[in-house]
Write a protein that binds this ligand. Structure first.
Ligand code: PEP
Ligand code: MG
Length: 325
C-alpha cells in the first residue's frame, strides 16, 4: 500500500475530472525538508517560524534567520514557500521577550499584535526574509490578522524595509504578501481583505477555536472543536468565494486541510491549495485523484444550506463518496 502511495510522489494533484490543486507541506524548521520532499510536497504552504525563536536562548540574529530561510527557499526553488512571520504569545511565549502575564493569552498580545508593538523583532525578521527572497519563490504571510488596519501597518513596515534594502542594492526576489484567515472577523470581511492581499490562507486550527469559543487543549470542551460544523464550513466557503471574486488564490494550512472528511468539501468549494503535515500528503493526493470536483459542488450546497450539525455533514460526505473514506 505504501509502495502504491509512493508512486504518487512525483505526480501533480489532479481530481478525476481534471481540476488541479496544490498539495503543500507545513514545516517548522529546515530539518523537515527531507521528509516533505520525500512525501511529494509541491510547495511549502506554511513555515511556522516560532521554532527558530523558541529553540534559541536569545533572540536569533538577522543572519541566523537569513541562513535558515535561504536554506528552505533554495531547497524548494522554484516552488513557492510561504513563510509566516512570528506567531508567538498565546501558548507560545518567548523566555527572552518580556511579556506581561495575561488572563487570556489566546485573546491577548500575540502574533501580528506583538510584531506591530515589538517592531525591532518584526523588522529584523522581514529583513532576513527579504534578503533570502533572492534564492527562491518567497511568500510572506502575517498571522492572526483581525483588522485591515493591522494588515496595512504590517505591509507598510515591509515596504519600508524593502525600500531600505533596495537603496542598499541588496538583491531580492519578487515577494507576494498574504495573510492567515484565522480570526472570524477576518473571515467575515474576507472580501475587503481580498482587495489588498496577494493571497489568503485559512488557519482552521485557530478559526475553529475562536468561532466555537472552545480551547482545543481543554478536554472539557473538546466536543465543541468541530471542523465540519456548518458554521465553520460557511466561513471557509465565504473566504474561498471572496478570494476568487477578487482573483486571488485561497489556501488552507490548518489540520482540516488534510482531513479526509473535509477534503471532498474543500475540493468542491474550490480551495486552491491544501497545506498539511508531510505524513498526510500522499494519502490526500490519492483521495483527490479519485474525487470529481464538479460533482462535489452539490454536496457543498447541501452541507452549507441544509445541514444543521456536524454529524449531518459527516453523514452527507460519507453518502457522497462512500467507498473512498
Ligand atoms: C492555524 O491556526 O490553523 C494554523 C495553521 O496556525 P497554528 O496552528 O500555528 O496556530
Ligand atoms: Mg493559528
Amino acid at each position: 500500500n505504501q509502495k502504491r502511495l509512493n508512486r504518487l510522489r512525483h505526480h501533480g494533484t489532479v481530481s478525476q475530472d481534471g481540476v488541479g490543486v496544490t498539495l503543500a507541506a507545513n514545516i517548522g524548521t529546515a530539518q523537515d525538508l527531507p521528509s516533505i520532499l520525500k512525501n511529494g510536497a509541491e510547495a511549502v504552504g506554511l513555515m511556522r517560524t516560532e521554532f527558530l525563536y523558541m529553540d534559541a536562548a536569545e533572540l536569533p540574529s538577522e543572519d541566523d534567520q537569513f541562513d535558515v530561510y535561504k536554506q528552505v527557499l533554495t531547497a524548494l526553488a522554484p516552488r513557492p514557500v510561504v513563510i509566516r512571520t512570528l506567531d508567538i504569545g498565546g501558548d507560545k511565549p518567548l523566555p527572552y521577550l518580556k511579556h506581561k502575564p495575561e488572563t487570556n493569552p489566546f485573546m491577548g498580545d500575540r502574533a501580528i499584535r506583538q510584531s506591530l508593538t515589538h517592531q525591532n523583532v518584526f523588522r529584523s525578521q522581514l529583513r532576513a526574509l527579504l534578503r533570502a527572497s533572492a534564492f527562491g519563490n518567497l511568500r510572506i504571510m502575517f498571522p492572526m490578522i483581525a483588522t485591515l488596519d493591522e494588515f496595512r501597518q504590517a505591509k507598510a513596515i515591509y515596504d519600508d524595509e524593502r525600500s531600505a534594502l533596495t537603496v542598499a542594492q541588496v538583491p531580492m526576489g519578487h515577494v507576494k504578501i498574504g495573510m492567515m484567515v484565522e480570526v472570524p472577523a477576518a473571515a467575515l470581511l474576507a472580501d475587503r481583505f481580498a482587495q489588498e492581499v496577494d493571497f489568503m490562507s485559512i488557519g482552521t486550527n485557530d478559526l475553529i477555536g475562536y468561532t466555537m469559543a472552545a480551547d482545543r487543549t481543554n478536554q472539557d470542551v473538546a466536543y465543541l472543536y468541530q471542523p465540519y460544523h456548518p458554521a465553520i464550513l460557511r466561513l471557509v466557503n465565504r473566504v474561498i468565494t471572496a478570494g476568487h471574486s477578487a482573483g486571488i488564490p485561497v489556501a488552507m494550512c490548518g489540520e482540516m486541510a488534510g482531513d479526509p472528511i473535509a477534503v471532498p468539501l474543500l475540493l468542491g468549494m474550490g480551495l486552491d491549495e491544501f497545506s498539511m503535515g508531510a505524513g498526510s500528503i500522499l494519502k490526500t493526493r490519492r483521495l483527490i485523484s479519485q474525487l470529481n470536483a464538479h460533482d462535489l459542488q452539490a454536496l457543498v450546497e447541501t452541507a452549507l444550506n441544509s445541514a444543521s450539525t456536524s454529524q449531518e455533514v459527516i453523514t452527507m460526505v460519507q453518502a457522497a463518496v462512500p467507498d473512498l473514506l
